[in-house]
Design a protein around this ligand. Structure first.
Ligand SMILES: *[C@@H]1O[C@H](CO)[C@@H](O)[C@H](O)[C@H]1NC(C)=O
Ligand SMILES: *[C@@H]1O[C@H](CO)[C@@H](O)[C@H](O)[C@H]1NC(C)=O
Ligand SMILES: *[C@@H]1O[C@H](CO)[C@@H](O)[C@H](O)[C@H]1NC(C)=O
Length: 352
C-alpha cells in the first residue's frame, strides 16, 4: 500500500464543463497512509525509513511519500468535472493496474486520435507479456486507420538522469521499444512516461538525424526524495500537468505546489511553474519544437539553467555547474547523458 502508484490520464473532448482538447497527466501519487504531523520527527511517515523528518507539515515532506491531504488537493485542483471523470477512470485503472494490464483507448472526437496506455514495462520483468507485439499491432492498426497515438507508460526506457548508467528496462526491451518507435514514429503524437519524479524529456532521432518523437517524463505528486545511491538533491515539488494534444501536442503546462511554502503558510496552493511554449519560445510541443528547445538548452546557459531548475520542479535552485556537464554529440547538459544507451543502439540519441 505504501508505494501505491496511479496514473491518471484523462481526456476531455468537448464536454460541456470540461475544457476541450486537454488532458491531465498526474502520476506517482504514492500515498503514505500513515503520514502524520506528530511531535517527534521519527514518527512522521514510514516512507522516510529511518530518517528524521524535522518540521513536517500538513501537505507532506520531501523525505516522505504523499499524505492524503496532498493527493486530495491535487485531484481537487482539477475541478469538479474532472473529479467525476477521475472516479470513473480510477475504478477502471485500479482493476487494470492490479491485473498488470495494458490497453488502448480511443479518444472521443471527430478525428480519432488513439490513446494507448502501456503499463509497467519494467526492467525486472522476466518477459514483458507480449506488450511489444501488442504495441506494434495497435500502431499498425492506427496507421491503417489514419489515427495518431499517444503512448503512456510508467517506467521509461533510457536512463535516469540523476545518476549514472541507471536504466530501468532490460537492454533488450529498451531496444525493442525504440525499434517500435522508429518504425511507427509517424503515427506517434507523443510519449508520456513517469517514474523518475523529475521533469525532463528525451528525443528520438531517425538514422538521418531527424527528430521522430519526443518523450516527456512527467514529475510526480509525491515529493519523496529518492534513496538511489549517488543521487544528490533527489526530491521534487509536487506536480500536476495538463497537456494540449490536438491535432498534435500544442503545449505542456506544469503546475506545482511549493511544498515548503505551503507548509510554512499552512495553505496549499498550486501555481504555474512554466509553460513549455513560453519558457522556451517555441510554437508548440511537437518533436520539431522540442528539437528547438533542445538546441536552446544546449546553446544558451540561461535556458539550460531553467531546464535544470524545472528538472526538480523548482525544488533545487542550484547553479548548473561546469563539473557536472558531459558533452555528447555537441550537446551539453548539466545532467548525465545516457551514453550507454546511445552506444548500444547506435542510431538513437536520447538527450535530456
Ligand atoms: C478533500 O479536500 C476537500 C477540499 O479541501 C475537502 O472538502 C474534502 O473533504 C476532502 N476529501 C477527503 C475525502 O478527504
Ligand atoms: C488490430 O486490428 C485487428 C483488425 O481489426 C483487430 O482484430 C486487432 O484486435 C487489432 N489489434 C489491436 C492490438 O488493437
Ligand atoms: C518555495 O518556498 C520557499 C519557502 O517559502 C522559498 O524560499 C522558495 O523561493 C520558493 N520557491 C519557488 C520556486 O517559488
Amino acid at each position: 500500500m505504501r508505494l501505491l502508484t496511479w496514473l491518471i490520464f484523462l481526456a476531455h473532448w468537448g464536454g460541456a464543463r470540461a475544457e476541450p482538447g486537454k488532458f491531465w497527466h498526474i502520476t506517482d501519487l504514492h500515498l503514505d497512509p500513515d503520514h502524520k504531523v506528530p511531535k517527534y520527527p521519527f514518527q512522521v511517515c514510514p516512507s522516510a525509513g529511518f530518517q528524521s523528518v524535522p518540521n513536517a507539515g500538513p501537505w507532506g515532506d520531501y523525505l516522505c511519500d504523499s499524505p492524503w491531504a496532498l493527493i486530495n488537493s491535487s485531484i481537487y485542483k482539477l475541478g469538479e468535472a474532472a473529479v467525476l471523470e477521475i472516479v470513473k477512470c480510477l475504478t477502471k485503472l485500479i482493476r487494470e493496474v492490479f491485473l498488470g494490464a495494458f490497453y488502448s483507448e480511443k479518444l472521443p472526437g471527430p478525428s480519432g486520435a488513439g490513446q494507448i496506455v502501456v503499463n509497467e514495462l519494467t526492467a525486472d520483468m522476466v518477459g514483458p507479456g507480449q506488450q511489444f507485439q501488442w504495441l506494434e499491432d495497435v500502431l499498425t492498426n492506427a496507421s491503417k486507420a489514419g489515427d495518431m497515438v499517444y503512448i503512456v507508460g510508467h517506467v521509461p526506457p533510457g536512463f535516469f538522469e540523476k545518476t549514472q548508467n541507471k536504466a530501468w528496462f532490460q537492454e533488450g526491451f529498451n531496444e525493442k521499444y525504440l525499434k517500435v518507435v522508429w518504425k511507427h514514429g509517424r503515427v506517434i503524437a507523443g510519449q508520456f512516461f513517469r517514474h523518475h519524479h523529475t521533469d525532463s524529456f528525451r528525443m528520438l532521432y531517425d538514422d538521418a538525424g531527424a527528430p521522430i518523437s519526443a518523450m516527456f517524463i512527467t514529475p510526480g505528486v509525491t515529493p519523496w526524495k529518492t534513496t538511489l545511491p549517488g543521487v544528490i538533491n533527489g526530491a521534487n515539488n509536487p506536480v500536476i500537468r495538463p497537456a494540449y494534444p490536438k491535432p498534435f501536442l500544442q503545449d505542456m503546462v506544469t503546475y506545482f505546489m511549493n511544498l515548503s511554502q505551503a507548509n510554512a503558510q499552512g495553505m496549499r496552493r498550486w501555481e504555474l511553474e512554466y509553460q513549455l511554449t513560453k519558457a522556451y519560445w517555441v510554437p508548440h510541443a511537437s518533436a520539431h519544437s522540442l528539437q528547438a528547445v533542445l538546441d536552446r538548452i544546449t546553446g544558451d546557459q540561461g535556458a539550460l539553467q531553467h531546464y535544470y531548475l524545472y528538472n526538480s520542479v523548482s525544488y533545487y535552485a542550484g547553479v548548473c555547474e561546469e563539473a557536472a556537464r558531459v558533452e555528447v554529440a555537441a550537446y551539453t547538459t548539466c545532467l548525465y547523458l545516457p551514453l550507454l544507451l546511445m552506444a548500444l543502439l547506435g542510431l538513437c540519441t536520447l538527450v535530456l
